[in-house]
Design a protein around this ligand. Structure first.
Ligand code: TRP
Length: 334
């Protein structure tokens, strides 16, 4: 509990630009959660270092992610939005938790196995201990709930295991977090291969809508979206492409599948794709305008970052000192 509310914690890696999938599956759903929870969102820049980054582009991406959080509607006065690397407690707690994590557990992480295959030239120890740092992120703030995509479920489970193991030895130090996984509908697939998740690292640029794509680009990509040889807009198991477009259209307009089927009765795929493209472009336009404003207002953004960094640091320090004391590290006098 923090300020009388349960704590909600989440974040995204600060790599590249966000996609429509990141937005509809996560960011858009985070807005207004602060009414119910004390919300803390990190720009996860330490995690990004597990892959080699070009320093200038990396710094820019991290700031861009911060601005996108705010532009999407997370009010930085009501949500603690901060940089992971600005709170040194993440790295410190991560070390301690690493001493309570078994290699056998880390060896079972499917994301590590996938990434090790994809980055065979750089299978570094950070990639391996990635879940331990993630556990530190969450446990440092005594989070009750953690909204994440289904791909992060295993990392939430290991976080709970580490916390329970620690608590079993030292008493109730950590809150045991619950994962909060969005409904299937919020998983946005590639526009070119609807069996695959929409991903910013897709080689085919037409597969992915980036949050900062302009209107023409968005519409062009939707027009080229892969569907099937049928012509009826219907939510069916056998129509993954149309299903994905219907999910997107539904997320953006709030209409349910029945209403969408009715709206496009007898109108064919072309019109439906165009309507989806337009609806997405209209949804993104105010976000993009706000983003440009924020990126241009250095003083405002810097001020927000500093205030929230300090707030996060205060929360984190409380847990870190408690943990250090519990394990028997000598108290520090400064
Ligand atoms: N690993 C998460 C992802 O790629 C990002 C992340 C890092 C995270 N630390 C976190 C998400 C803590 C939730 C809580 O999506």
């Amino acid at each position: 509990m923090l300020n009388g509310k349960q704590v909600l914690y989440s974040g995204m890696q600060a790599t590249g630009t966000l996609t429509l999938g990141n937005y509809l599956g996560a960011l858009k759903n985070w807005v207004n959660l602060n009414e119910e929870y004390e919300c803390i969102y990190g720009v996860m820049d330490l995690h990004s270092l597990t892959v080699r980054q070009e320093p200038a582009a990396f710094r820019k991406n991290a700031r861009s992610l911060y601005a996108l959080y705010v532009a999407a509607g997370l009010d930085p006065e009501k949500n603690c939005i901060y940089y992971q690397s600005h709170v040194s407690g993440h790295a410190e707690l991560s070390w301690i938790l690493g001493c309570f994590t078994y290699m056998g557990e880390l060896n079972r992480m499917t994301q590590f196995k996938d990434k090790a295959l994809r980055h065979a030239e750089n299978v570094n120890a950070g990639l391996y201990t990635y879940p331990v740092l993630m556990a530190a992120d969450i446990l440092l703030y005594q989070a009750d709930v953690v909204p994440v995509g289904v791909d992060q479920k295993q990392h939430l489970e290991i976080t709970r295991d580490i916390a329970q193991r620690f608590n079993a030895v030292y008493g109730d130090v950590f809150t045991i977090p619950e994962a909060c996984i969005p409904k299937a509908g919020a998983k946005i697939m590639s526009l070119q291969d609807p069996q695959k998740k929409m991903s910013k690292s897709d080689e085919n640029a037409n597969a992915t809508i980036l949050l900062l794509d302009d209107k023409d680009t968005v519409i062009r990509k939707f027009k080229r979206a892969v569907t099937d040889s049928d012509t009826v807009v219907r939510y069916g198991e056998d129509k993954p492409g149309i299903r994905n477009l219907m999910d997107i259209y539904s997320c953006v307009t709030g209409k349910d599948y029945a209403a969408i089927e009715k709206e496009f009765e007898g109108r064919g795929y072309g019109e439906f794709k165009l309507a989806t493209g337009e609806a997405v472009a209209d949804e993104l336009a105010p976000l993009q305008a706000r983003y440009q404003e924020l990126m241009a207002d250095k003083a405002y953004l810097d001020g927000m970052i500093q205030r929230n960094d300090e707030k996060a640091e205060g929360y984190a320090r409380k847990t870190l000192r408690k943990v250090q004391k519990k394990v028997g590290l000598t108290e520090r006098r400064f």
